[in-house]
Design a protein around this ligand. Structure first.
Ligand code: MG
Length: 389
C-alpha cells in the first residue's frame, strides 16, 4: 500500500527521460507526488507518454524542433510546451512546486540548478557536475537563498543519513564506497584495448552511458569526492574511498570516537531519489528488502589510484581549487563522448584529461563566466591533444 496520507508534494523533474528521470517518475507515481514540470533534451516519444500520464503544467525541451513536434502531438492536452537553450531556466521561475529534481547529464545541468536555487525552491540534485564545476558558487547561493540541496547520488544520500543528528565538528572522516567498476583489479596495460561496449557493462548499478564510463575510469568516484566536499562542507583530505564490490554499504561516516555509521540497502537508485523527495520523512520503498544472509559476505579493498589516475586527479584538482575542478569536468566530459564515439581509446580518456588539468593556468575564486569559459577551453584542449578538430 502506498503511504500517502497528507502527502501532497509537488516536483519538477529536469531530465525526465534519462535513467534517474524515469526512476524519479516511478517514485512520484507510487507516492502520488504531483509532477508540475518536465524537461528533456528531445525524446519526444517518452515525453508524450509522461505528459499524458501526469499532465504537468509545462514541459521544456532543449531542442526547439523537437519542441514543435511535441507541441503538435500533445495539442489536445493542457500542458504548455516550450523549447530552446534557456527554456529550462525560464521554466524554473515559472513553475510553482515544492522541489526541483535535477537529473540532467553533465555540465548542462549547472545553469538550471542555479535558476532553481535562485527561484527559491529546494533541489534534489542528481547532477553531480553542478557541484564539481561550480560547487562554491552553487552552495553559497543556496545558503543565501535558504534553499536545501538534497543529494540523490547513493553515496551522498547515505552520508546525509549517517550525519543526521550529529554536529559537524564530531565528524572525523567520510568514507565513500566504490563498486570499483567493471575493470577492478586490472592494470594499465590491460585497459588499453577496452571498447565502449565492454565499459558499458556495469556490474551493479543501472545507469546512463556517461556515468557508466565515469564509473569504469573511477572518475565518477573522484567527482563524488568533490561533490561530498561541497555538500557536507568537509575538506577533501577528510574523505576516503574504499572499494566495496557488493555495493550494499552505500557510504559511511566516521566520528571522532572512531565509531563508523554505515547506510545499507539493496543497490537501487529509487531509494535515494525517494529519500530526497520525501525528506525528512520515510515512505515505503520500491526496492527489494536487504537480505544479509543472502548477500553472505561483504568485501573491501583499497582503490587503485595508480592505475585509475582520474580518482587521484580529482583529489589534486580539489586541492588546487579555483577553475581546476571545472577543467577536470569539462575535459572528462569531452573525452568520454569521444570514447563513446570510438574516436579515442579508454586510456586516452585518462591521459588526455590528466594532461589538460595539470597544464591549465588556474585562477582563484573564479566567476561563473570564467568557469564556463574554462569548461569550453578544457573541451577544446582534449580534442586538440587527441588530434581531433
Ligand atoms: Mg554514486
Amino acid at each position: 500500500m502506498a503511504f500517502d496520507s497528507g502527502f501532497e508534494k509537488s516536483v519538477a523533474i529536469f531530465g525526465s527521460t534519462g535513467s534517474i528521470g524515469t526512476q524519479s517518475i516511478e517514485v512520484a507515481r507510487r507516492h502520488k507526488i504531483k509532477i508540475k514540470a518536465l524537461t528533456a533534451r528531445g525524446d519526444v516519444d517518452r515525453l508524450e507518454e509522461q505528459i499524458r500520464e501526469f499532465s504537468p503544467e509545462v514541459c521544456a525541451l532543449l531542442d526547439e524542433n523537437k519542441a514543435k513536434e511535441l507541441k503538435d502531438r500533445v495539442a489536445d492536452t493542457f500542458t504548455k510546451i516550450v523549447g530552446g537553450e534557456r527554456s529550462i531556466e525560464e521554466l524554473a521561475f515559472e513553475v510553482k512546486c515544492d522541489m526541483f529534481l535535477n537529473s540532467i547529464i553533465g555540465k548542462a545541468g549547472l545553469r538550471p540548478t542555479l535558476a532553481a536555487i535562485e527561484s527559491g525552491k529546494n533541489i534534489a540534485l542528481a547532477n553531480k557536475e553542478t557541484l564539481v564545476t561550480a560547487g562554491s558558487i552553487v552552495m553559497q547561493k543556496a545558503r543565501d537563498k535558504g534553499v536545501s540541496v538534497l543529494p540523490v547520488d547513493s553515496e551522498h544520500c547515505a552520508i546525509f543519513q549517517c550525519l543526521e543528528g550529529y554536529p559537524a565538528k564530531q565528524v572525523s572522516r567520510l568514507i565513500l564506497t566504490a563498486s570499483g567498476g567493471p575493470f577492478f583489479g586490472k592494470k594499465r596495460d590491460e585497459l588499453v584495448g577496452i571498447t565502449p561496449e565492454m565499459a558499458l557493462a556495469h556490474p551493479t548499478w543501472n545507469m546512463g552511458k556517461k556515468i557508466t564510463i565515469d564509473s569504469a575510469t573511477l572518475m565518477n568516484k573522484g567527482f563524488e569526492v568533490i561533490e561530498a566536499c561541497h555538500l557536507f562542507d568537509v575538506p577533501v583530505d577528510k574523505i576516503d574511498v574504499v572499494v566495496h564490490r557488493e555495493s550494499i554499504i552505500h557510504s559511511m561516516v566516521e566520528y571522532i570516537d572512531n565509531a563508523v555509521l554505515a547506510q545499507m540497502g539493496v543497490p537501487d537508485m529509487r531509494t535515494c531519489i525517494q529519500y530526497a523527495l520525501t525528506y525528512p520523512d520515510r515512505y515505503e520503498g520500491l526496492q527489494e528488502k536487504l537480505d544479509l544472509a543472502k548477500v553472505g559476505k561483504m568485501t573491501f579493498a583499497e582503490a587503485d589510484k595508480e592505475t585509475f589516475v582520474l580518482l587521484d586527479l580529482a583529489y589534486r584538482s580539489m586541492r588546487m581549487g579555483g577553475l581546476i575542478p571545472a577543467v577536470l569536468n569539462g575535459a572528462n566530459e569531452e573525452a568520454v563522448y569521444l570514447f563513446l564515439d570510438h574516436k579515442i581509446s579508454f586510456t586516452d580518456i585518462m591521459d588526455s584529461v590528466k594532461a589538460v588539468v595539470l597544464g591549465y593556468k588556474n585562477i582563484e575564486s573564479p566567476t561563473l563566466e570564467e568557469i564556463e569559459a574554462a569548461d569550453i577551453e578544457a573541451r577544446a584542449a582534449v580534442r586538440r591533444i587527441n588530434g581531433i578538430i
